[in-house]
Design a protein around this ligand. Structure first.
Ligand code: BES
Ligand code: MN
Ligand code: ZN
Length: 478
């Protein structure tokens, strides 16, 4: 979606005017009858007033009602953007100017972000009936303090979320591991980060046993993608590594998932990989001065004649042995190899994102991600602050060593599942075994994919992860 800054209000076009509670509207509305009407509407229960002028519509929205924390005000603004988007669609609006009539600049930007994120659609597979297509394709922002650069960066960030959603929404029939790597290469070309893709032969040569074990049941080869953004003006002298789970489809393997609703949406099991790719796109496109490396192991997880079986003992990339007791705990098998691979970068920090456990989803639903880690308090708090700022919130879980007990195996160094309790944490503890650097694990199983429409996050892939990571890097680069 096109977003630009404008210095003149198009008097022919549709507008959204954002105002504070009790704002003076006479600057915007000259007609006394209209002024009285809009003022009355905004002062009452309703916080929206509509002036319908045939081809053009003027929407007045009262934002920033209560004296509430910034993160809530920003999220309210995004949600208001979502609500106003449907009003624009009711009027078939193609282009709109958002006018800051006195709200904080951050709130105005968040509102625009909410409108833009709502306008996303995945229409690739609809052949003729494009009547569902949203009419809106352009948004201009009128806000004196806002720079062109800031607006361009918002447009790029929104585009990054769109691309991430596209990847999550693509079914396995298109998005195999090879295709995922090809899409990441395309995103790299468009934004400026570089990509190297290891093929199956290379992965075999490297002895990435976890990735290869999961791939055994597949007819499609695995890939391992390495993304790099290393600008000359980077603020960090050791990279921050992002790792993303790229299970392009998760049937559970021989520990097969029941088809009713637990397998139906498992094309979303590469949501972590998509978020990493999207974050790279945003960081590179907006030229943030941070050195980042991305590692994405990818395969589908299927039952087949040669599939790995419960009871197998797998020698991982780092030489550890893992007793597989459930082939549906496949994410940790492929991520373990990526986390071991990350050691060679001597990273300042590793953040790994994955749709890892139903347990995380059960615990907090879609309203945030489950996070845990052994990085410094400062890093954990910074990340959580970015989560609040973007409303891609992190609920921090404990990461106590006692949880490791559950992973003990009689015949191997560890087993790939824990017991009945704390499944999200034992999964994180399994992964920690393969690290030797400050590590954060973000389980996005809950918020990655919306089975029903969920405000500006939409239906299907939400693109979660991109905005929190981008904001985290923005802060890190200051
Ligand atoms: N991909 C799933 C987790 C998942 C669940 C993602 C719901 C998105 C929504 C993962 O591979 C998985 O199957 N996890 C198992 C682990 C268990 C076997 C230890 C789970 O959570 O049931
Ligand atoms: Mn699984
Ligand atoms: Zn999975």
């Amino acid at each position: 979606m096109k977003i630009n800054k404008t210095q003149n209000i198009d008097i022919e076009g549709s507008q959204i005017i954002l105002v504070k509670e009790n704002a003076k509207l006479d600057e915007f509305i000259k007609d006394p009858a209209e002024l009285a009407y809009v003022s009355k509407r905004l002062a009452g229960e309703k916080n929206v007033a509509i002036l319908n002028r045939l081809e053009r519509v003027l929407l007045y929205r009262n934002l920033e009602k209560e004296d509430v924390p910034l993160s809530i005000r920003l999220e309210n603004a995004r949600k208001a953007g979502f609500e106003m988007h449907s009003m624009l669609m009711d009027h078939d609006v193609a282009s709109v100017t958002v006018i800051n009539g006195g709200v904080d600049q951050e709130v105005c930007v968040a509102f625009a972000e909410g409108v833009a994120l709502t306008n996303y659609q995945f229409l690739k597979y609809l052949s003729e009936d494009r009547s569902k297509k949203y009419s809106l394709h352009e948004m201009s922002l009128y806000d004196e303090g806002l720079s062109d650069d800031h607006v361009k960066k918002l447009e790029n960030l929104v585009q990054a979320v769109y691309l991430t959603r596209d990847l999550v929404n693509e079914p396995l029939s298109y998005l195999t591991a090879m295709q995922l790597s090809a899409e990441i290469e395309k995103m790299g070309k468009d934004s400026g980060f570089s990509v190297e893709v290891f093929n199956k032969l290379k992965i075999e040569t490297l002895k990435m046993g976890g990735l290869l074990a999961v791939n055994k049941g597949s007819i499609d080869p695995p890939t391992f993608s390495i993304l790099t953004w290393k600008p000359k003006n980077a603020v960090n002298d050791r990279p921050i590594v992002l790792v993303g789970k790229g299970v392009v489809y998760d049937t559970g393997g021989l520990s097969l998932k029941p088809t009713h609703d637990s397998m139906d949406y498992m094309k979303c099991d590469m949501g972590g990989a998509a978020a990493v790719a999207g974050a790279f796109y945003a960081v590179a496109k907006n030229e943030l001065p941070v050195w980042i490396v991305g590692l994405i192991p990818a395969t589908d997880n299927r039952p087949d004649g040669n599939a790995y079986v419960p009871g197998d003992v797998i020698t991982m990339y780092d030489g550890s042995t893992v007793e597989v007791l459930n082939t549906d705990a496949e994410g940790r098998m492929i991520l373990a190899d990526a986390l071991s691979y990350a050691k060679q970068y001597d990273p300042e920090l590793v953040i790994e994102l994955s749709t890892l456990t139903g347990s995380a989803h059960m615990a907090i639903d879609k309203f945030g991600m489950v996070g845990m880690g052994n990085a410094s308090r400062e890093v954990m708090e910074n990340l959580k602050a970015s989560g609040e700022y973007t409303s891609e919130r992190v609920a921090e879980f404990p990461f106590w060593d006692e949880y490791k007990e559950q992973l003990k195996s009689d015949i191997a160094d560890l087993k790939n599942i824990g017991g009945k309790y704390a499944g999200a944490i034992t999964a994180g503890k399994f992964l920690e075994h393969f690290t030797d650097y400050p590590y954060v694990h973000l389980d996005i199983a809950g918020p990655s994919f919306n089975k029903a429409p969920f405000n500006y996050r939409g239906k299907g892939g939400s693109g979660v992860g991109v905005r929190i990571l981008y904001n985290f890097f923005l802060d890190r680069s200051l």
